[in-house]
Design a protein around this ligand. Structure first.
Ligand code: ATP
Length: 234
C-alpha cells in the first residue's frame, strides 16, 4: 500500500533520514520505534508532504507521492495525527472534528462519519460544545484521532499517541487503534512506548539515527535481545 524507497531528508546540512526503505501493506499495523531524534517524526512528515525530500521515492496505492503536496496526499488517503495532538484549542470539539473533513464535499457522508466518531469516542460526544483546549490529555488525543478519521483515511499515521498519558489511558488508546484497524484502516504507528507498540503491530521497523537497523514481526522484535536491552528496559 505504502512503499518507501531509499528516502533521504536533510535539515540544512543535517541528514535526518539516510536512505530509509520500508513498506506498509493493506490492513496492517506497522510500528516504527527508535530513540529520541532517530527520525521517526521526520519520516511521518515526509510521508505527509510536510517536508522536502532530498532523495528517494514514496508510492501509495501504486501512485507516486514523492512530489505531491500535503493537501493532495490527504486527498489520496493518508492522514496524520501529529505528535502533541495539535488540536485547535479555541474551537469546540465538534468544530475540530468538522475541520478534519475540510477537503470533503459529501455532506451526508461527513454527517455519518461524525456520528461514528462520536460512537467510537463517547467522551467526545459528551463534550461536543466544550472548547478543545479544556479537554484532558487523553481526550485531546481522542479528538486528534477523531479529527483524522473525519478525513476518511485509508492509511492513518499516528505520531506518539501514548505521549503524556497514564498507563490506563495508553491501554484505552491502543485498543482504539486496534479497533480502527480492525474496521479497515491501515496504521503506521510511531511510538516511544516500544512495548505497547510491538504488542499490537503486525510488523515493525527500528530506526536509529536516520536509518532502519532492524525489522520483523512485532512478536519477533519484542523477543529480540537487542530490542529488549535498548527499548524494553532490559
Ligand atoms: P522524538 O521521538 O524525540 O520526536 P524522532 O525520532 O521523531 O524523535 P525527529 O524529530 O524526526 O526524531 O528528528 C530527527 C533528527 O532531525 C534529530 O536529530 C533532530 O534534531 C533533527 N531535526 C528535526 N527537526 C529539525 C528541524 N526543523 N531543523 C533541524 N533539525 C531538525
Amino acid at each position: 500500500m505504502l512503499k518507501i524507497t531509499d528516502l533521504s531528508v536533510h535539515y540544512g546540512v543535517i541528514q535526518a533520514l539516510k536512505g530509509v526503505s520500508l513498506e506498509v501493506r493493506e490492513k496492517e499495523i506497522v510500528a516504527l520505534i527508535g530513540a529520541n531524534g532517530a527520525g521517526k517524526t521526520t519520516l511521518l512528515h515526509a510521508i505527509s508532504g510536510l517536508l522536502k525530500k532530498s532523495g528517494g521515492e514514496i508510492e501509495f496505492l501504486g501512485q507516486p507521492m514523492t512530489k505531491k503536496n500535503a493537501r493532495d496526499i490527504v486527498k489520496a488517503g493518508i492522514t496524520q495525527v501529529p505528535e502533541g495532538r495539535r488540536i485547535f484549542p479555541d474551537m469546540s470539539v465538534a468544530e475540530n472534528l468538522q475541520m478534519g473533513a475540510y477537503l470533503r464535499k459529501d455532506k451526508a457522508g461527513i454527517e455519518r462519519d461524525l456520528e461514528s466518531v462520536y460512537q467510537r469516542f463517547p467522551r467526545l460526544a459528551e463534550r461536543k460544545k466544550q472548547l478543545a483546549g479544556t479537554l484532558s490529555g487523553g481526550e485531546q488525543q481522542m479528538l486528534a484521532m477523531g479529527r483524522a478519521l473525519m478525513a476518511k483515511p485509508k492509511l492513518l499515521l499516528l505520531d506518539e499517541p501514548s505521549m503524556g498519558l497514564s498507563p490506563l489511558l495508553v491501554k484505552e488508546i491502543f485498543s482504539i487503534i486496534q479497533d480502527i484497524n480492525a474496521q479497515g484502516t491501515t496504521v503506521l504507528l510511531v511510538e516511544q512506548n516500544a512495548k505497547m507498540a510491538l504488542g499490537i503491530a503486525d510488523r515493525a521497523y527500528v530506526l536509529e539515527t536516520g536509518s532502519v537497523v532492524l525489522s520483523g514481526t512485532g512478536a519477533e522484535l519484542a523477543a529480540s535481545e537487542d530490542i529488549k536491552k535498548a527499548y524494553l528496559g532490559g
